[in-house]
Design a protein around this ligand. Structure first.
Ligand code: GLN
Length: 308
């Protein structure tokens, strides 16, 4: 598809989503997130060779929230066998429960279902912190390098708001610790978890930063971040678990591996072609951006680009 057509297709996808932009609810359990305009919408495509196309508010930073969990997992696995030890401590099955649910942790002896629900992501942050000494710094550094945006940073107000209202995540973390499934102090792990969730980045930044998953493990400069098989595996876990308990619906409608966040962003991977990021803050009941899912659905339907 030519450059003009790609830009036009993004535009058409945005227009197709327009009637539902603002529909749904902005996440309010993190008070700082309620200040965002529910009618904002942006979408960007970064191709495997580094071209970027965007429409709407595609250069406006937003709170990436759980989209960060894709990067914590990839950076952990980039440590080879030391990263792979993670899989003794977290599973790879869809949860069927909300992203911040506690219910399975007790019956499954402190082993979270997958790395993308909150409990699993806390374990990944813990492992990454052991491996790097600075889990949130590792995520920020990676995003800055891959996006070329040196100003990308944690929004300290959002991080503080999350910490202040983070009783559920604190409960999850203490529960994990009670099963011996944290290597670092609970407070340290939560600080880093909040700090990487509260990174502010744009659709442009995230589409570029996720490119390694479309390039089968290669970073933007051609260096290898992950073995090809690990990139495949991350895409598989994204497809089955990246949208919480709406992963089936997202696979049905969009047909791509993807990761959402309660800030309203969704990063989706078109292996071998590129990375799409759509953002609009109002969420559906599962916690995924209603308009972003709609726009991604429209884009893959128009292009036929899907893993199926
Ligand atoms: N930081 C948020 C939380 O821990 C991330 C949730 C999300 O985006 N689904 O609740």
């Amino acid at each position: 598809m030519s450059d003009v057509n790609l830009h036009q297709t993004l535009y058409d996808a945005m227009e197709s989503a327009r009637p539902v932009i603002g529909r749904g609810n902005v996440a309010d359990y993190i008070p700082a997130l309620t200040e965002v305009d529910p009618h904002a919408f942006g979408m960007a495509l970064a191709t495997v060779d580094g071209e970027v196309y965007g429409v709407g508010d595609w250069e406006q930073p937003f709170s990436i929230q759980s989209v960060s969990k894709l990067f914590t997992l990839a950076l952990t696995l980039s440590h080879g066998p030391h990263g792979d030890e993670l899989w003794k401590r977290v599973g790879r099955e869809p949860s069927g429960n909300r992203f911040n649910s506690l219910v399975q942790l007790e019956t499954e002896h402190g082993i979270p279902r997958n790395p993308f629900i909150n409990a699993g992501a806390v374990v990944v942050t813990d492992r990454l912190h052991t491996l790097t000494g600075d889990a949130a710094g590792a995520v920020r550094g990676f995003l800055r390098t891959e996006s070329g945006n040196r100003h990308l940073d944690t929004d300290a107000r959002v991080a503080a708001s999350e910490a202040l209202h983070g009783h559920r995540n604190a409960a999850l973390a203490h529960f994990l610790a009670s099963y011996g499934n944290l290597e670092n102090p609970v407070e340290t792990v939560l600080d880093h978890y909040y700090a990487h969730c509260s990174i502010a980045a744009s659709c442009r930044d995230l589409a570029l930063a996720g490119g390694f998953l479309a390039r089968h493990g290669l970073r933007s400069d051609g260096a290898r971040l992950l073995p090809r098989s690990d990139a495949k595996r991350i895409n598989a876990v994204l497809l089955t678990c990246g949208m919480y308990d709406a992963a089936g619906e997202f696979a049905y409608r969009v047909g791509l591996p993807g990761k959402s966040g309660v800030g309203g962003g969704i990063l989706a991977v078109i292996p071998g072609r590129g990375t799409l990021c759509a953002w609009s803050p109002a969420l559906d009941p599962a916690g995924n951006s209603l308009a972003a899912v709609h726009a991604l659905d429209a884009f893959t339907t128009m292009t036929g680009w899907s893993v199926f």
